[in-house]
Design a binder for this molecule. Structure first.
Ligand SMILES: NC(=O)c1ccc[n+]([C@@H]2O[C@H](COP(=O)([O-])OP(=O)(O)OC[C@H]3O[C@@H](n4cnc5c(N)ncnc54)[C@H](OP(=O)(O)O)[C@@H]3O)[C@@H](O)[C@H]2O)c1
Length: 244
C-alpha cells in the first residue's frame, strides 16, 4: 500500500514590482516603494498566515522584523484563536544569514531557520544561539539547497502551519515555483520605472525553459490611485495538461 502524500500548507506569494517589472533598484535599494494602501494590504495578507517565509538576502537587505505591526490585525488573529504573530521562517543555503539580523532582535514569535548541509559548522552554532530565545530552531537539510517541499511538510506537521506567505525574494520565489509549491500570487504594480538589466524581477533564479513555464489564472484586479493589485491562482502541472 502506498503511504499517503504528506500534507502541505497553502502557500501565498506576495510581491511588488515597478511598471518595468523590477522589485528593487539596480543597487538593490528601493524595496519599500509602494503606497501606504499597499502596505496595509500586505499586512492583511501577512496577518492571514500561520508562517511568514523569506530568503536570507531579503532579510539582510530589507532588514524586516518579519512581524505584524498593526495592533488591530494582531487582535483579530487572537480572536480567531491564532497566536499574535506568525512563525518566522528564513532560508539560507550557504550561511549568509547573520546571527544579528533584524528578526533576531524580537522574540515575538519563533524563528525557524532552514539551511543546507553546505553551511559551516561555526555558523550553525551561532544561528542555534540566535534562534533559541524565540523558541525557534535551526534545521539542516539538502546538499546545496533546502528542499522546500520538505520544509513545508515540517511546517505543516510539526508547527501546525496551514497557510504560509512567502514574501520573497526573487531567488527563493523561483525555487518555490520550481517545486510547484505556490498556490496564489498577489502582485502589486507600482507606477515607477527602475530600469537596469540586472535589477531583480519577482522571480529570478536559473529560470524555466519554455516547456516548463508556470501558468496562472487571474482571480481579481483592483486599482487604487496609480497602483494596480493583481491576484492570481497558480496552476499545477496537471492543471496545465488538462488545459491543452
Ligand atoms: N519588491 C518586493 O516585493 C520584494 C520582496 C522581497 C525582496 N525584494 C528585493 O529582492 C532582493 C533580494 O532578492 P534575492 O533574490 O537576491 O534574494 P532572496 O531570494 O531573498 O534570498 C536568496 C537567498 O536565500 C537563500 N535561499 C533561497 N532559496 C533557498 C533554498 N531553496 N534553500 C536554502 N536557501 C535558500 C539563499 O541564502 P544564502 O545566501 O545564505 O545561501 C539565497 O542566497 C532585495 O533587493 C530585496 O529588496 C523585493
Amino acid at each position: 500500500m502506498q503511504s499517503p502524500t504528506p500534507l502541505l500548507p497553502h502557500l501565498v506569494m506576495n510581491m511588488a514590482m515597478t511598471l518595468d517589472g523590477k522589485v528593487s533598484t539596480i543597487d538593490r535599494t528601493g524595496a519599500v516603494f509602494t503606497s501606504h494602501h499597499d502596505k496595509q494590504r500586505m499586512a492583511q495578507i501577512r496577518a492571514r498566515a500561520d508562517a511568514l517565509i523569506m530568503g536570507a538576502t531579503t532579510v539582510a537587505i530589507d532588514t524586516p522584523r518579519m512581524l505584524i505591526n498593526t495592533p488591530e490585525l494582531r487582535q483579530s488573529r487572537t480572536q480567531h484563536g491564532k497566536p499574535e504573530q506568525p512563525i518566522r521562517v528564513i532560508l539560507s543555503a550557504t550561511g549568509s544569514l547573520r546571527p544579528d539580523a533584524r528578526p533576531f532582535s524580537s522574540n515575538a514569535s519563533p524563528i525557524l531557520v532552514f539551511a543546507s548541509n553546505s553551511t559551516p559548522k561555526e555558523w550553525r552554532t551561532s544561528i542555534e544561539t540566535a534562534v533559541r530565545p524565540s523558541n525557534g530552531r535551526l534545521f539542516i537539510m539538502g546538499e546545496d539547497r533546502v528542499p522546500l517541499r520538505t520544509m513545508l511538510e515540517i511546517l505543516y506537521s510539526e508547527y501546525q502551519v496551514r497557510s504560509a506567505v512567502c514574501e520573497g525574494g526573487p531567488t527563493l520565489n523561483f525555487f518555490m515555483f520550481q517545486e510547484e509549491l505556490v498556490d496564489e500570487l498577489y502582485l502589486t504594480i507600482a507606477p515607477l520605472i527602475f530600469g537596469g538589466a540586472s535589477a531583480k524581477t519577482p522571480v529570478d533564479g536559473p529560470g524555466f525553459s519554455e516547456d516548463l513555464t508556470r501558468h496562472a489564472t487571474l482571480k481579481s484586479t483592483e486599482v487604487v490611485g496609480d497602483e494596480v493589485y493583481l491576484h492570481y491562482h497558480i496552476s499545477r502541472a496537471h492543471e496545465k495538461e488538462e488545459r491543452k
